[in-house]
Ligand binder design. Structure first.
Ligand SMILES: Nc1ncnc2c1ncn2[C@@H]1O[C@H](COP(=O)(O)OP(=O)(O)OP(=O)(O)O)[C@@H](O)[C@H]1O
Length: 249
């Protein structure tokens, strides 16, 4: 049975409260709180090892936190069974990783088609829809190519088309431009922002690149498994201001 897609929510679309997660002695999350509104683009930045990917895995139900709650539209995702969580990942969530993780044996079109077919859509309708999303991301001309024949930027745009084709309410993007040069990265980010603004899709964007985070409406920073409200203060970025004229007189 196709699960009921979230229609509307009062309050945040997605919330994490007090998430903890350890791998053996490593405490990846130590009480992380986060909230994402419908249609909002939120950047989560943080140093390597600060817990960004673990947070994303908890929010998408790929991993269960040890403690704390994940609420999606008020539903406790951390208490949902695996069947429900994977259904949500198929219908309500789109996920893009640093290396797009396209299926190498399938063409770009078939990669984008796949989630629609898995969702039970008729093939003819799905082909039209997939082609439309490839067009939106400027890679329709590459429909018949396999991932190995695409540039890194083209492959990421195909991965984004695949993530958005099902009309998710949230796209989770884990370092989506991390493997790209700056021009390709900018093309991918502006295509993503343009597409989600049109569709009203929220984005949780994991990045350690300030230029990528600048595309977001809001930014939070993870430090040692805890979410800080704003990016860490970097004194080097704020040189001491010259004294005001009246102070000199
Ligand atoms: N499956 C795992 N098994 C053991 N330790 C893990 C596992 N996943 C993550 N960790 C550890 O948990 C901590 C947080 O890792 P995580 O990948 O969430 O951080 P990150 O901020 O995404 O890092 P990066 O930016 O390098 O990808 C790290 O110390 C990492 O080594």
């Amino acid at each position: 049975m196709t699960p009921t897609r979230l229609q509307s929510t009062a309050g945040p679309l997605l919330q994490a409260r007090g998430l903890t997660k350890s791998y053996g002695l490593t405490r990846a999350l130590r009480g992380a709180d986060l909230s994402l509104d419908a249609g909002e683009i939120l950047a989560v930045s943080g140093a390597s090892g600060s817990g960004k990917s673990t947070l994303l895995h908890c929010l998408t139900g790929i991993t269960n936190p040890d403690e704390g709650a994940v609420l999606y539209g008020g539903e406790r995702l951390d208490q949902a069974d695996e069947k429900r969580r994977s259904a949500l990942r198929r219908t309500d969530f789109g996920i893009v990783f640093q290396f797009g993780q396209l299926i190498s044996e399938l063409t770009a079109l078939d990669n984008v088609l796949l989630p629609l077919l898995l969702d039970g859509r008729p093939r003819a309708e799905a082909v039209g829809h997939a082609a439309e999303w490839l067009e939106r991301f400027g890679v329709r001309a590459q429909s018949g190519l396999k991932p190995g024949e695409l540039s890194g930027g083209q492959a990421q745009r195909v991965a984004l088309a695949r993530a958005l084709v099902t009309g998710p309410t949230v796209v989770f993007a884990d370092e989506p431009t991390g493997a790209l040069d700056s021009l390709a990265g900018e093309q991918v980010m502006s295509a993503l922002v343009h597409a989600v603004r049109e569709s009203g899709t929220a984005v949780l964007l994991i990045t350690h690149d300030a230029r990528v985070a600048a595309y977001a409406d809001r930014e939070v920073t993870l430090r040692d498994g805890v979410v800080l409200a704003a990016p860490a203060f970097d004194p080097a970025a704020f040189p001491t201001a010259p004294p005001a004229a009246e102070e000199l007189s």
